[in-house]
Design a protein around this ligand. Structure first.
Ligand code: ATP
Length: 354
């Protein structure tokens, strides 16, 4: 078990600097997800942690030791890759046993460890098969078994589920999280899928262009996104943004937007006259006969449990998730209100939360 600490980490490829001053710590037993769009540097940070990529600046600490110049094998980590990286000519048993045999463990011990991993991962019936005779999910479990038997201090996962279909991905998500609950090994997991991040992480690290934008629990990054970027990235249905100017309304702060006046939460630091962007999640809007946001429904999408309304407001498209029993049709006039506590306010220039 181990803590992982990034102290002022920087990375350059030749003359191009892609990461600057990344600092955060991961506690023992924590499951941390590095989340961000393609190219933001999450895989590079993971590969630096594994020792597969050099560190250009700063100190990388694992278990309190500086590992910048340590060989991958000495770091006591195990990495699970997106493409599984199984040996095609070896059966499942041999794939899982390989690193233990290289380490020259006694055969009885190898057998006991492989069988225990196979049992935990429901792979016992497949130990005699070749990787090509397995489904994607089973292959991914073999890759996890191979990492598990090494009993590392830290697990590193690089988008391990991106080759699986949606249903299997949801299933493997639960399996990986249950495995973590059982083994409690410190885990760093890279993904660009915010649902994976929200469902699996103790802490989410949202990255942007080689920097940390916000680190927090899934609830923190969802409820109090530190910037417009985080608000936009987190949440399974895209947030609505509206430009506006802060005004004082009956002693409370409000924002006049093209879509009407929105009251702001008491906690906001926004000042009258300030140019801002308000963010409103589709799940937080309320259908209300005298609501300030006047729209026309242009698409009614039945999602099963509820309905997504794509509407046209003065400021453009506006999305709302509403009760499935409401009888809306395309062309209907619909008005929405937003509780003040659900309005996210960002400075228009810096895009930071106010
Ligand atoms: P993805 O989700 O697409 O894998 P990512 O967030 O993991 O993206 P990285 O793969 O870490 O991003 O890449 C970060 C940046 O570093 C990108 O701009 C990429 O082009 C650049 N980069 C990565 N590896 C190299 C390399 N070997 N040489 C030069 N530039 C690289």
């Amino acid at each position: 078990m181990a803590t992982v600490e990034y102290r002022g980490i920087g990375k350059s490829f030749g003359a191009v600097q892609i990461m600057r001053d990344v600092s955060f710590s991961i506690g023992d037993h924590q499951f941390v997800v590095l989340l961000g769009p393609s190219g933001c540097g999450k895989t590079t940070l993971l590969r630096m942690t594994a020792g597969l990529e050099s560190v250009s600046a700063g100190d990388l600490m694992i278990g309190g030791k500086r590992v910048n110049d340590m060989h991958p094998r000495e770091r006591d980590i195990a990495m699970v890759f997106q493409n599984y990286a199984l040996y095609p000519t070896m059966k499942v048993y041999e794939n899982i046993a390989f690193s233990l045999e290289v380490a020259k463990l006694p055969p009885a011990e190898v057998k006991a460890k492989v069988e225990r991993a196979a049992e935990i991962l429901n792979l016992t019936p497949y130990l005699g098969r070749y990787p090509k005779e397995l489904s994607g999910g089973q292959r991914q479990r073999v890759a996890m078994g191979r990492a598990m038997v090494r009993e590392p201090s830290v697990f590193l996962f690089d988008e391990p589920l991106s080759n699986l279909d949606a249903k299997l991905r949801a299933h493997m998500r639960t399996e990986i999280r249950q495995l973590h609950n059982r083994l409690k090994t410190t885990t760093i997991y890279v993904t660009h899928d915010q649902i994976e991040a929200m469902t699996m992480a103790d802490k989410v690290v949202v990255m942007r262009a080689g920097k940390i934008e916000q680190m927090g629990s899934p609830d923190e990054v969802y409820d109090t996104p530190s910037s417009k970027y985080v608000a936009d990235f987190i949440g399974s249905s895209a947030i609505n943004f509206m430009d506006g100017t802060v005004v004082a309304a009956d002693g409370a702060a409000a924002v006049d937007t093209v879509n009407g006046r929105l009251l702001l939460p008491d906690s906001t630091t926004a000042k009258p006259g300030q140019k801002v962007v308000c963010g409103v999640r589709p799940t937080d809007v309320v259908v209300s006969a005298d609501g300030p946001i006047r729209t026309t429904a242009i698409l009614v999408e039945r999602l099963g449990h509820d309905v997504q309304l794509c509407t046209l407001a003065a400021a453009g498209e506006f999305f709302a998730i509403v009760d499935r029993t409401l009888p809306f049709r395309e062309g209907d006039e619909v008005r929405f209100d937003v509780p003040a506590s659900k309005v996210h306010v960002f400075d228009a220039a810096s895009e930071r939360r106010l």
